[in-house]
Design a protein around this ligand. Structure first.
Ligand code: GDP
Ligand code: MG
Length: 316
């Protein structure tokens, strides 16, 4: 059997478990996770290398694309997040529509299905969080509702968190992909720069340690990044929108910032395999969510392109 490969987009409303599924299938933490909606702000590629296994049809490479949750945007940031979703859908070979089986179908699901209808791509319906449902028969009406809305070629129950149903899912994905080459070398699992992942890890700690509006009001930008063989020095700024929020992020005697920094440093050390010196700052930037400059900063793909064009110009 030929080697198969392709791009597979994970689509769904906020909190369905898209990023948890990406991490589980790749086997490494590439996307940050939190119980808060809109944790993921841009599209994230993760590469699954599937070996040729005995008794299975074929080996292959799956390039998964995790996307921000589908929602109605109310800021420049939100609109940029939805552009990321549409770009991920463009030209992919298969879409995994992921739903949380503990939730009823709502307008965000319909909006996600609308996007899919426009792309007309082959799609699987993934029923996630089945670990939370005791009576599986309860799923049937929900499946019926979805099936009326799109012609899914497979319906697959999983638990991304408990990692059940994933082997079957991988087999079905591989079988649905065309014969093709590996797009990434064996040892590469993502296209995200380490510098961006470091910013995301800090942001995850902010999300996990703060409540109410603060998770949505913050963004993290890495200002300095020097990677050495033994030690990586990182300076990053957490931006929020108001003085009161800054007070919470810094905490009494700087305790909150210290907690965020310690937890993030530990994770970045695991990711890089070096010691990390992490310096964190907190700044107020009212309405950053509507600032082009800040929203562009999230788009590291474009930033890299611009930098390369810039370098090209300098060397010519
Ligand atoms: P996303 O917004 O779709 O990327 O969702 P996340 O992957 O960030 O997950 C949102 C929340 O759902 C987190 O608290 C996850 O731990 C939780 N979650 C994800 N998958 C499962 C699952 O299979 N079972 C359970 N019980 N929780 C899950
Ligand atoms: Mg996510």
């Amino acid at each position: 059997m030929p080697f198969r490969s392709g791009f597979v987009c994970i689509l769904g409303r906020p909190n369905a478990g898209k990023s948890t599924l990406l991490n589980a299938l790749v086997g490494e933490k590439l996307a940050i996770i939190s119980p808060k909606p809109q944790t993921t702000r841009n599209r994230i590629q993760g590469v699954v290398h599937v070996p040729n296994r005995k008794g299975k049809n074929t080996g292959g490479q799956i390039v998964l694309i995790d996307t921000p949750g589908v929602h109605k945007p109310d800021s420049t940031l939100g609109r940029k997040m939805m552009v990321e979703v549409r770009e991920a859908l463009e030209g992919c070979d298969l879409v995994l529509v992921i739903m949380d089986v503990t939730q009823k179908l709502d307008p965000r699901d319909l909006y996600a299905l609308d996007l899919l209808k426009h792309s007309k791509t082959k799609a699987f319906l993934i029923l996630n969080k089945v670990d939370l449902i005791r009576e599986k028969a309860k799923l049937l009406p929900l499946i019926e509702q979805y099936r009326k809305l799109y012609k899914f070629s497979e319906v697959i129950p999983i638990s991304a968190l408990k990692r059940t149903g994933l082997e079957a899912l991988l087999d079905l994905i591989i079988a649905a992909l065309p014969a093709g080459p590996a797009y990434f070398p064996e040892d590469q699992v993502t296209d995200q720069p380490a510098r961006f992942m470091a910013a995301e890890i800090v942001r995850e700690q902010v999300l996990l340690n703060t409540q109410e509006e603060l998770p949505y009001a913050t963004t993290v930008i890495v200002d300095g990044y020097e990677e050495g063989a033994r030690l990586t020095r990182i300076a990053a700024t957490i931006y929020c929108e108001r003085e009161g929020q800054k007070g919470i992020l810094v905490g009494k005697g700087g305790l909150m910032l210290k907690k965020i920094g310690t937890a993030a440093r530990y994770q970045i050390e695991r990711m890089l395999g070096t010691k990390v010196f992490l310096e964190l700052f907190v700044k107020v930037e009212a309405r950053w969510r509507d600032s082009r400059r800040f929203v562009d900063e999230l788009d590291w793909r474009r930033q890299l392109e611009l930098r390369m064009q810039d370098q090209g110009r300098k060397t010519v």
